[in-house]
Design a protein around this ligand. Structure first.
Ligand code: UDP
Length: 330
């Protein structure tokens, strides 16, 4: 099978690359390396079934040909991370909406259309206050703090585009609302909590909790996430649908900090800071973000294999190795 992965050098994209190469498929990844890293593909680069193009999804002339070659397209390329989204909104809109439109249009023009999976985000549920979010739930954006919804709106537009291309142009596309995903290769530079906590704990610096730490998240290991995405791609009956994907086990951010501290046997203290200090501007956090996976389970049979503790153990071991290389023991 031929698999095209946009954003293939990113955190989830590169894990998808490895999954499909390990199954013996041919994989073509494209990435502009704005947030992805070439190093994420160092294993893949050795594989003759792998091809990489350092290209921007919005301008790349080869996209139509690449989509034509593919049996399955995973469209993961997007501008992500709270910081970049706030500072670089025009680029967010152009990349996230423009890129998706190009992928879907390229698929729509083909007689034999590839299966397409579009990465959406749990961000679309916004400030819905339900304890867990189902696909039929309200999407709640507040009028205050207007610009933070820019990213959310692009992901929603991607979902609408996917449904319109399914209904009007017969593209077999599924949108997947990815909930918090963690694991190897997640970069800490974009503000994500788990890589931050692991780095802080391993280096013995304070573990910095934003707000009071009572906010909760549900973390899914990326190796489980890519299995779910591949099962969804296999199931043509999910075309035209919007589905949640993630892990529904919930943990407070304070408990996460304590867990990371325990697993890393760290001497770090846990420090609380205000959101305004953390983000350099006033910021209202989402209190809870947990996927309702009832609908997903109707379509794929999958049980998460990675417990949060196991993922954290892995990450702590990787970070310890990295920091030992950076600071050689005297
Ligand atoms: N967070 C934190 N310390 C950090 C980074 C994040 O306490 O160094 C908090 C953040 O305020 C949020 C949660 O951890 O409540 C998850 O943050 P992340 O950016 O990873 O995901 P998202 O908020 O997009 O779900």
């Amino acid at each position: 099978m031929n698999v095209l992965i946009t954003g293939g050098a990113g955190f989830i994209g590169s894990n998808l690359v490895d999954l499909y190469l390990s199954r013996g498929h041919k994989v073509h990844a494209i990435d502009d390396l704005s947030t992805g890293f070439g190093a994420n593909l160092s294993q893949a680069m050795k594989n003759p079934n792998f091809k990489f193009d350092h290209q921007d999804i919005v301008t790349w002339q080869g996209l139509e040909k690449a989509v034509q070659w593919a049996d399955v397209v995973f469209h993961m390329a997007a501008v992500v991370g709270v910081k970049r989204v706030l500072e670089d909104s025009l680029n967010v809109i152009k990349t996230n909406c423009g890129g998706t439109e190009r992928v879907l249009e390229a698929a729509a023009r083909l007689k034999w259309k590839p299966r397409v999976i579009i990465a959406s985000s749990s961000e679309v549920y916004g400030f819905n206050t339900k304890p867990s979010f189902a696909e039929t739930d309200d999407l709640v954006m507040r009028s205050d703090d207007h610009f933070r919804w820019c990213y959310t709106a692009t992901k929603l537009m991607d979902e609408f585009m996917a449904q319109a291309y399914f209904m009007e142009r017969d593209v077999p596309v599924t949108s997947v609302r990815l909930f918090n995903t963690v694991g190897p290769r997640q970069a800490g530079a974009y503000g994500m909590v788990v890589p931050n906590f692991v780095r802080q704990a391993v280096s013995g610096r304070s573990i910095i909790v934003f707000g009071d730490g009572n906010q909760t998240r549900s973390f899914c290991d990326v190796r489980d996430m890519v299995q779910m995405l591949s099962l969804l791609a296999q199931n043509e009956k999910t075309a035209g649908k919007i589905l949640n994907a993630g892990n529904d086990r919930e943990i407070s951010i304070l408990d996460l900090a304590k867990l990371v501290k325990k697993i890393s046997e760290s001497t770090s203290n846990i420090k609380f800071i205000e959101y305004a200090e953390a983000y350099g501007r006033p910021f209202k956090d989402v209190d809870h973000r947990r996927p309702d996976l009832t609908e997903l389970r109707k379509w794929i049979s999958f049980t998460n294999k990675w417990k949060l503790e196991d993922t954290l153990e892995d990450l702590v071991a990787l970070e310890t190795k990295k920091q030992q290389v950076r600071i050689p023991a005297e």
